[in-house]
Write a new protein. Sequence first.
Length: 213
Amino acid sequence: MTIIIAVVSQKGGVGKSTLVRALAKSAADNRMKVKVADLDTQQATTMNWHRRRLDHGFDPVGSFEVFRSSDQALDSCSKDVDLLIIDAPARASKGTRAIAEQADMVIQPTGASLDDLEPAILVFHEMVKHKIPRSKLAFALSRIGTDAEYNDCREYLAQTGYAVLDGCIPEKPAYRQTQNVGLSILETRYSTLNDKADVLLQSLVKRLEGLLG
């Protein structure tokens, strides 16, 4: 059975593709066969990162392709794919709801500002309105500056009743520099930064295991 994780957002710049890349790396390290579907046909950010990874001589962390829809991505999956990661377009739409319906888990990264948080909450409200189970939805905090900011965001989101993954992706130049050469945020030169990113990934895995029983 192929597990499907969708990573969605209402706007760009909140760490969606960053999380997709790290998730693919983590799954590949655990010997899962991974396929990543980049649905942003205009920018293809995740696909371009995959090409940079190969150009710099690093091992691939899965099969990467650009698709126009999640249906196309699902149709392309062979039976031996363990994990399909869908990198949804940057703006939520009816297509986003379709992706959520097909996914086992929907992760939405968000930054710390209200400009990020409020639209993100509305995306999940809209999904629940259209009968997407609340249990499948979880926020991932991204581009967080301080521990105080992290705690404030968790407290704010807790009031919505949606799950928030443990840990966060801190705002660090080293993460950007690492991704520029095709590596993930789990592969920086700094073990402390790798460990911080891994806390978030392990929280995601734990929640997925709970959903799948």
